[in-house]
Design a protein. Structure first.
Length: 208
């Protein structure tokens, strides 16, 4: 058995950021597939009892621990591997600030927008999608401006902050109906820098 197991599915940006981190640190890991769409496995009593009471994926299993919430997983992996780790209190707080912003305002809007537009049957209400799109445009502009003055979100080197923020940004443009890198040149260059890191893989298929 691999050192790490990750409950995940390829369509989830939250699962992708955890899988990407595992690949980038060179961890020995294996996916445990969650049947999100056909069976709603993550909402079953068995999953909530045995895997994650919140009924969500991803969940990282390591040395008897089961960790959920991707920000927690990234922090744990950074601590245990020593890679992509914010250094010092100021950088740790800045990393946390951007990860919370990401979860609430960037991927926190991109994930539901993509789901309602591309994956939900029937698709979401156009008015809801328009509201989410307005928030997405504003918040991506904030990230793009940040990246106009530095190669990575916290500065000269990549950290878990970057790996959190890229969660949905490598999915195909047709799933969103708009091309994020084409509209945000600094984000585009940043995505290329992360893509150049050893161990990077595309979310389709979820890499193992």
């Amino acid at each position: 058995m691999a050192e790490y197991q990750l409950y995940c599915f390829a369509q989830s940006g939250n699962a992708y950021r955890a899988a990407l981190m595992l690949n980038l640190i060179g961890a020995e890991w294996e996916p445990i597939w969650v049947d999100f769409f056909a069976k709603g496995e993550q909402r079953t009593p068995e999953y909530r009892t045995n895997v994650n009471e919140m009924g969500e994926a991803p969940v990282l299993v390591h040395r008897g621990k089961k960790l959920s919430q991707s920000g927690v997983i990234l922090t744990y992996l950074a601590k245990h591997s020593g890679k992509f780790r914010p250094e010092g209190e100021d950088e740790e707080l800045e990393a946390l600030r951007w990860i919370i912003f990401d979860n609430q305002k960037v991927n926190g809007f991109l994930g539901p927008y993509r789901f309602l537009r591309f994956l939900a049957k029937p698709a979401g209400d156009p008015a809801v999608l328009a509201f989410l799109k307005g928030r997405i445009d504003n918040n991506l502009a904030i990230v793009d401006k940040r990246l106009s003055t530095r190669p990575f979100v916290l500065g000269a080197r990549p950290t878990i902050t970057d790996l959190s923020l890229v969660a949905y940004l490598y999915y195909p443009a047709e799933e969103f109906g708009f091309d994020i890198p084409a509209q945000h040149k600094n984000i585009a260059a940043w995505l290329d820098r992360i893509k150049a890191l050893s161990g990077w893989k595309h979310p389709y298929p979820l890499p193992g």
